[in-house]
Design a binder for this molecule. Structure first.
Ligand code: ADP
Ligand code: MG
Length: 309
């Protein structure tokens, strides 16, 4: 199978959605797309390298799904609506079973989110997947990291630390039920980009980011770019039942530091109530430090050895 047969068989096919705003898709030197008037283009790219960003033996369906999910999560954090993506794929060999699975996982999420595959590049080498997503947002309405103000409430969507526990479960046996194990692994392999919630924050949130490296690190980016600090209330951190069973300090460490959750973190002026389910986890402060407070209001620091943030 040559490169062009491969592209036609796995990427230029009906399981991927089509869009009326794609003037010219896969097959030419570049794609041509129409951006609606009064809209700004949001563009982001992320690379997943085998053995670094996912285990070498991950299911190809999960790799395809996650490669797009992590990119859509960036669009969600900008409050952008997904439109198009490109795929740069480096493959060690042409493995048709792998390509079929990868294409199925990728097209499943592409269909769910209405994003069209408009081009890419295919090369030989160690397995790596780069996806560039493009979406749009009304001019001036893109959510940034830089708008947080002292007094803002800090919110997160979903639950935190699940993907981190899922990763641990691949490395060592854990005391988890079969259902708990399946849940944390699904959270690791198939993160849910929070697109609708991100778009609901347009014109409302002061700042937003998606949580890819753990709440402490990613909230830290909001704080740096907004020149402020925060207090986090550890007892408010949203934890799934799988994490509730852990000792508190272990659960907090995962929730704050493990990453790969792809939930949103955002700040709202205190008077504004969010319009979708999410959890208030803290407050933005003028004092430019990040403090983690327990239920007694005492500062808490993650145990040494766990300190990846
Ligand atoms: P060029 O040589 O002009 O860069 P290529 O031969 O690399 O073009 O690719 C041919 C067409 O197939 C282009 O339209 C390109 O965007 C598309 N393409 C290549 N690889 C992929 C892929 N992995 N997924 C989707 N489209 C791809
Ligand atoms: Mg060309």
């Amino acid at each position: 199978m040559n490169e062009f047969e491969l592209i036609r068989s796995y990427f230029q096919q009906p399981s991927f959605p089509t869009r009326a705003d794609v003037i010219l898709g896969i097959g030419d030197d570049a794609a041509l797309c129409r951006v609606p008037p009064q809209m700004e283009l949001a563009v982001s790219v992320d690379t997943l390298v085998a053995g670094v960003h996912f285990p070498l033996d991950s299911a190809p369906e999960d790799i395809g799904y996650k490669a797009l999910a992590v990119n859509l999560s960036d669009l969600a954090a900008m409050a952008a609506q997904p439109a198009w993506f490109t795929l740069a794929l480096t493959l060690p060999s042409v493995d048709t079973d792998w390509l079929h699975g990868f294409s199925m996982g990728l097209s499943a999420l592409a269909s769910d989110s209405g994003i069209a595959l408009i081009g890419g590049d295919t090369t030989r080498g160690p397995l790596s997947i780069s996806i560039q997503v493009m979406g749009w947002v009304a001019a001036g309405q893109g959510l940034r990291r830089s708008g947080a103000c002292p007094g803002d409430d800090i919110y997160v969507t979903g639950t935190l630390g699940d993907a981190g526990l899922g990763l641990h479960s691949l490395q060592q046996p854990l005391m988890l039920s079969a259902a708990g194990l399946a849940y944390v692994r699904a959270r690791l392999h198939r993160p849910t980009p929070r697109l609708a919630w991100g778009q609901a924050l347009r014109g409302v949130a002061h700042s937003a980011i998606d949580i890819s490296d753990g709440l402490a690190a990613d909230l830290g980016h909001i704080l740096t770019q907004s020149s402020c600090g925060a207090e986090l209330y550890l007892d408010h951190l949203p934890l799934s039942p799988a994490l509730h069973h852990l000792p508190k300090s272990h659960a907090w460490t995962l929730a704050l530091g493990a990453g790969d959750d792809y939930e949103l973190c955002f700040t709202l002026p205190h008077a504004v109530q969010p319009s979708f389910p999410c959890t208030r986890v803290g407050t933005i402060t003028a004092q430019p430090t990040l403090r983690c407070l327990d239920s007694q209001g005492h500062d808490w620091h993650p145990p040494t050895g766990y300190r990846h943030f």
